[in-house]
Design a protein around this ligand. Sequence first.
Ligand code: T5A
Length: 236
Amino acid sequence: MPRGQLILIEGLDRTGKSTQCLNLIKKFSKSKLIKFPERSTQIGKLINEYLTNPNFKLNDQSAHLLFSANRWELNDEIEKLLNDEYFVILDRYIYSGLAYTLAKNKVDTTNDTNKDDKSKNITNSENKINLSNLEWLLTPDKGLPKPDLTLFLTLKPEEISKRKGFGQERYEQETFQENVRESFLKILNDLILKGDDSIKIIDINNMNIDTITNLLWEMIEDVGGNKLTNNPIKRI
Ligand code: T5A
């Protein structure tokens, strides 16, 4: 039975992922957009509180597991859509899960009174047990559908911080975004070097919205990502 394909748009905060996803879904005959975190579910409500309320304390390992649990909440729906020949466009997914937690390892947790309140809130753990262990970080996502194509949008953190609304949520802090960028690039480049050809890294500095949409669509067409496939769903 043919199925639709799973296309993931990844990137740092405010790189324009949602804008691009909304443009791209219109180009497929049958498509559905799913955004992570999905904040309306039981677990998604907790995640939303964590991201928007600086007084909501959660240790980093628990936060990591919640983001993964949120993906599992949507798993049945995603698999059904693919099998019903929908193209599912994901706005963030597993690589965000890995990169944001990994980036916390570089945050200085010493009690520096000069640090601003936002940077103090990025990490809440007394210890960093397992936070740099990629195998541990990936384990809760194992078994989820692997995207057929991942398009990672990269932009200079100083450009991101100029974008509308930046700074309102927990991780929207320029130094931390630089850590996240390094973590994403390390994770994705390692996978590419190991032969994973489903991942593409796209530098979108100085590109306007339409140029990016056209480029992403060309990349999707190039690998046949807009056509039904008989390949079984791969797993993380
Ligand atoms: N997170 C997430 C984890 O830690 N672990 C996980 O497992 C997951 C899934 C919230 C946070 O959760 C973390 C990462 C995040 O810190 P989110 O809700 O996806 O995740 O938060 P954001 O990435 O901030 O999502 P946004 O929807 O706010 O940003 P987008 O989607 O990247 O950007 P978008 O499209 O809303 O655009 C932002 C602004 O930029 C403009 C737009 O018009 C808009 O004003 N813009 C451009 N301006 C100039 N040139 C362009 N090319 C532009 N494209 C868009």
